[in-house]
Design a protein around this ligand. Structure first.
Ligand code: BYC
Length: 472
């Protein structure tokens, strides 16, 4: 295993110096990436010093080095988790065969598509979050936003490395195209739906990091099981960074809930808007929106693509290697939803094409854990409200439920009923205008916006009142 060569322009542990062709391809791509970053990355802060974590090696000590960095000078490197000696393919038709170190020729197109779809989400999220810096609720939050942005940039590098190293000329073309598509662009949109939505304010951003980044966790974990070893190792390292993004979402919404409850108690009112807070009903509508668009990211309940990815050994289940079954699933079934007129029922379906639904189930259970913690905060303040995940059929655009309108409690509705009530369940224009009105920048050290509580602790042992971004 080569150590990290940090003296190179592209720090890496993939022996880049020994691969001239790859080095040339990446060095050609690098300035294009920087152009994209300056054009589409965080607006207005590129010259500022930010207290960032940079990976300088993949071991426990080295992957988290903290210092002030200007974002365009961040060292976007190529890092793969350590190889596992003698690793074999853990599922599908090739179960037990040695993991592939090169692209299996017969699966080239499918594998490339999976990598491109994953890669496309990374720059998309940076584009979506581009203007948020100007309305940050604190320096601490501003720093966390930029940490996520640079790491999403690095995750793009990770996928571009795979494309350039293993897919020759069409890989290089895909790498270029990843810098050409734009979130929300009518002519050249990003590939997946949620990545073309706007992230116009910090509440949407915290919801995005809780719900949409969590799709990232489940998709990356499934790809980390891949029989294509470079993909597996790349995703395993990305997951270590991903944990911070999820932390930002969970603690961020937790801090909003905390502040709302404090204002409710202090003001003896549910109407905390008068006090500059975000009422629980609005929070619930934002949860409903972001959860439902994130559920769509798992694809249809029945998917031949998903069955093929698995059978081919390219994309496994969440924690595949911990499961105790035959890892082929040709004879197993899985319970999925079905529509029976205006009733939602369950049926047993063949397990292979149900793999998207199975992953969605894992994701839903994980989402619920955060809500439980936020509800604990509400309960501690002796407030009789519970935040809930809406039914999985609510407000869906992909799969079975795209055909019907479903209420948060799971009732199938007529179009007329839906139209009459949807404003109770999804953020309204008034909600959005109110949230927008709260988005006033707070950039003094140790101060926080009215709608969010300070965090329990700072970053990397630093105090909460540390100067996380130097704006002067
Ligand atoms: N929007 O067979 P189906 C992250 C397409 S997030 C638009 O049901 P399949 C991150 C689908 O492509 C993780 N189109 O779906 C988070 C297919 O098209 P074709 C991203 C959609 O293929 C935050 C057709 O509909 N990683 O990392 O089984 C910040 C039929 O679909 C959507 C991955 O997604 C949609 N929502 O599964 C930063 C992993 N859903 O083939 C980063 C790689 C489906 O008919 N991707 N379609 O032209 C995959 O594993 C699969 O592509 C999907 C879809 C799970 C996304």
């Amino acid at each position: 295993m080569a150590g990290i060569d940090y003296s190179e322009r592209i720090p890496n542990n993939v022996s880049l110096a020994d691969n001239r062709r790859l080095q040339r391809a990446l060095e050609e791509w690098h300035p294009k990436f920087l152009d994209w970053w300056m054009q589409m990355g965080p607006d207005g802060f590129q010259g500022k010093d930010v207290y960032l974590r940079t990976a300088v090696s993949v071991d426990a000590q080295g992957w988290a080095q903290f210092d002030y960095v200007k974002m365009p000078e961040y060292r976007w490197g190529l890092f793969l988790a350590e190889p596992e000696a003698g690793r074999t393919i853990g599922f599908g038709d090739h179960l037990g065969a040695p993991a592939w170190q090169d692209v299996p020729g017969e699966y080239r197109g499918v594998l490339r598509r999976l990598i491109v779809t994953q890669g496309d989400t990374e720059p998309a999220s940076v584009e979506q979050q581009r203007h948020l810096g100007r309305t940050c609720p604190s320096l601490y939050d501003l720093r966390n936003l930029f940490q996520i942005n640079v790491e999403e940039g690095r995750h793009l590098w990770a996928m571009v490395y795979l494309l350039d190293a293993y897919f020759g000329r069409d890989g290089r073309e895909e790498s270029e195209a990843l810098l050409q598509r734009r979130s929300g662009d009518r002519d050249k949109p990003r590939i997946l739906g949620a990545f073309n939505e706007k992230t116009p304010d910090w509440l949407s951003y915290l919801m995005f990091t809780y719900f949409t980044d969590r799709d990232g966790k489940y998709q990356l974990a499934s790809l980390a099981e891949s029989g294509f070893d470079p993909l597996s190792r790349t995703c395993r390292f990305m997951l270590t960074e991903e944990a911070h993004h999820l932390f930002v979402g969970e603690t961020g919404i937790g801090r909003v809930v905390q502040r709302t409850c404090e204002l409710m108690r202090e003001g003896k009112t549910d109407d905390v808007r008068r006090l500059g807070g975000i009422d629980l009903a609005t929070l619930q509508r934002y949860i409903n929106f972001h959860y439902s668009v994130s559920l769509d990211l798992f694809g249809s309940e029945i998917s031949t693509n998903a069955a093929n990815f698995y059978t081919m050994g390219l994309k496994g289940r969440f924690e595949e290697s911990k499961k105790r079954d035959d890892h082929r699933l040709k004879d197993s079934t899985y319970s999925i939803n079905e529509l029976d007129g205006d009733r939602i029922t369950a049926r047993e379906a063949p397990a292979l094409p149900s793999l998207n639904e199975r992953l969605r189930d894992d994701y839903i259970a994980d989402c619920q854990r955060g809500l439980d913690r936020w509800n604990q905060v509400i309960k501690k303040h002796e407030i009789g409200v519970e935040l809930r995940l809406p039914h999985r059929g609510f407000h869906r655009a992909i799969g079975l439920f795209a055909e019907v309108k479903v209420a948060p409690d799971g009732r199938v509705l007529s179009e007329a009923e839906w139209d009459a009530r949807k404003h109770e369940w999804l953020p309204t224009e008034t909600d959005q205008a109110y949230i927008a009105s709260l988005m006033q920048p707070v950039t003094e050290i140790a101060r926080f916006a009215s709608w969010i509580a300070p965090p329990a602790r700072g970053v990397n042992g630093r105090p909460v009142d540390f100067e996380y971004v130097r704006l002067a």
